[in-house]
Write a protein that binds this ligand. Structure first.
Ligand SMILES: [Zn+2]
Length: 550
């Protein structure tokens, strides 16, 4: 025992080092608003045990080896540590599993803009200090005489078993931030490789998709997926600022759905959900059942993708594999332009296929209203100014900077109005075809609605992030033909089931089709809606209406 005490005296710095790397985050954990008391205790207990086990094990190694091991530990923990700490200190949340996955998937351009929005000199200084402190500790560690294993076998064995249990058992290791970070990365890589391989292979297998449309007029369906649009900032939904001057003129020909929510509040999980039949109870359906493009390809449609969000045929994101199934793909994101870049591409598609009798599905993925908002519109759209129109409601958490941000967001909503209206006009010009346009946002966006926060993050999920605009325009000829469909704009729905609604609108039937999950079906059934793992109803109860409509 006295031997251990002697070593302890010489290893004070080592003790501080381990404390710093392993216990700093758990100690700050009580700040996390998204963690329950039990979660916080679990993190603290698991990290505390790991701290004790590594400390005990370190008594058996030489001081030189210890410095090498601690340097490696620092190298692997500093990046996840800085990210977790930054989220905890600035957003008051502990990163959750699916957000860690999102970190690996987000495209570099988008991340740059995201970082630009949140980055301040204090964040940079904080990260530098955070990394420098343990480096100084390693450099000043004093040499000591190690313990002999043969004299202390139980302690040695116990510490090894503890470390292996914590690192090996999935549920336990989630509580240790850097182990969770790397494990998530590995399982994400394994999962995506499997999905890419399986989805490619399933295209060669048989799967029958039939059309129930008797009519021979070619049908064009344009699905426009927007980005981060808060519907409460659209005058179509009652916002006092006139952010939809063009769409408002379309009157009754536009159906504006009032109660639609997104299945998640991040682009990638939402895209995975709307493009496939995957559902929380059956995530395996992502590969086991056909996805959106596959259904339309098999149903005889010409399929197109125009994307102003980074899309990669080498499948860098876990939904790219579903997009690569489109027959023709136009990746316009590389030009880094505003969303009007999609309009000439759309014209080109129609010009090229002017004499074709084939039905078409065109999916347009906009950069929409993504942060940082001022990059989303040309300067002619710098319109709104809260000081002049007094239409941005006051709140204790809305300072001048927040109100300016709301101005910028509203400019981007106004620009989005122009884009959607232009798409509809292009469709109106198609003389010999029936046409449908559906626009919805992948998820919503919070804009200082309940607190000092703008953006979207699952850890802070709120109604403003979950509720989405959902609008449909149809050529009058098509609307009159589809008397079998019901367009009730009050139906509560989640775009998780979008694949069934689109199939219904296109008149496609296949063995996995489910009528009760189509927004337009007579057989439609209301079901409980989830945003990630949380019930939408509960999110709504927690936040109420905020100050959105004042
Ligand atoms: Zn998004």
């Amino acid at each position: 025992m006295s031997e251990v005490l002697n070593i302890l005296k010489k290893k004070k710095i080592q003790l501080f080092f381990l404390f710093y790397v392993l216990l700093l985050l758990p100690l700050l954990c009580p700040f996390a608003q998204n963690f329950s008391f039990i979660d916080k205790v679990a993190v603290f207990v698991v990290c505390g045990l790991l701290f004790a086990a590594i400390w005990a094990l370190s008594l058996f190694i030489s001081s030189k080896s210890e410095k090498i091991i601690y340097s490696v530990m620092l190298a692997i923990s500093v990046i996840p540590g800085s990210i977790y700490l930054a989220y905890l200190l600035f957003a008051r949340v502990m990163l959750e599993q699916n957000s860690v996955t999102s970190l690996f998937e987000t495209n570099p351009e988008e991340s740059k803009e995201f970082v630009a929005h949140y980055l301040s000199i204090w964040v940079i200084v904080g990260v530098l200090i955070y990394a420098a402190i343990p480096i100084v500790m390693i450099c000043t560690m004093k040499p000591f005489t190690k313990l002999k294993i043969r004299d202390n076998k139980p302690l040695f064995a116990l510490s090894i078993v503890t470390i292996l249990c914590i690192a090996g058992v999935d549920r336990i290791s989630r509580s240790v931030y850097f182990i969770n970070f790397y494990k998530t990365f590995v399982s994400y890589k394994i999962r995506t490789n499997y999905e890419i391989k399986t989805i490619k292979e399933r295209q060669k297998e048989d799967y029958t998709v039939e059309s129930v449309r008797q009519d021979t007029t070619p049908l064009t369906i344009v699905v426009v997926i927007g980005e981060s649009l808060n519907k409460h900032h659209m005058s179509l939904y009652g916002y006092p600022r006139e952010t939809n001057p063009l769409l408002s003129q379309l009157g009754d020909s536009l159906i504006v759905y009032k109660d639609i929510v997104a299945p998640q509040v991040h682009t990638i999980p939402v895209m995975r959900s709307i493009l496939s039949m995957a559902e929380p109870e059956h995530p395996g359906y992502f590969t086991e059942k056909p996805s959106l493009y596959e259904l339309f390809n098999r149903g005889g449609y010409g399929t197109y993708l125009i994307s102003n969000q980074e899309f990669n045929e080498d499948c860098k994101s876990s939904y790219d594999i579903l997009l690569t199934l489109a027959e023709k793909k136009y990746n316009v994101a590389a030009y880094k332009q505003h969303d009007d870049i999609i309009l000439p591409v759309l014209d080109r598609i129609f010009n090229k296929s002017a004499n074709s009798k084939k039905n078409k599905l065109i999916l347009i993925h906009l950069i929409g209203n993504h942060m940082a908002y001022e990059f989303r519109y040309p300067k002619e759209y710098i319109i709104f100014n809260y000081k002049k129109d007094n239409l941005v409601a006051d709140a204790p958490f809305r300072d001048d900077k927040a109100k300016k941000t709301i101005d910028k967001f509203d400019n981007s909503v106004l620009y989005n109005d122009y884009i959607i209206n232009s798409i509809i006009h292009t469709l109106k010009d198609l003389q010999k075809e029936d046409a449908v346009m559906i626009y919805f946002s992948d998820h919503g966006e919070e804009l200082y609605d309940y607190r000092e926060f703008a953006g979207h993050a699952y850890e802070k999920v709120s109604p403003a992030m979950s509720e989405i605009p959902f609008i449909i325009w149809m050529s009058p000829s098509y609307k009159t033909k589809r008397t079998d469909l019901v367009f009730d704009d009050r139906r509560p729905y989640s775009t998780e089931d979008f694949i069934y609604s689109l199939s219904d609108l296109a008149g496609l039937r296949y063995k996995d089709y489910n009528d009760s999950r189509s927004l337009f079906s007579r057989e439609f059934k209301i079901k409980e809606r989830f945003v990630g793992e949380k019930k939408y109803k509960k999110i709504k109860e927690k936040f109420g209406e905020g100050i959105m409509n004042e």
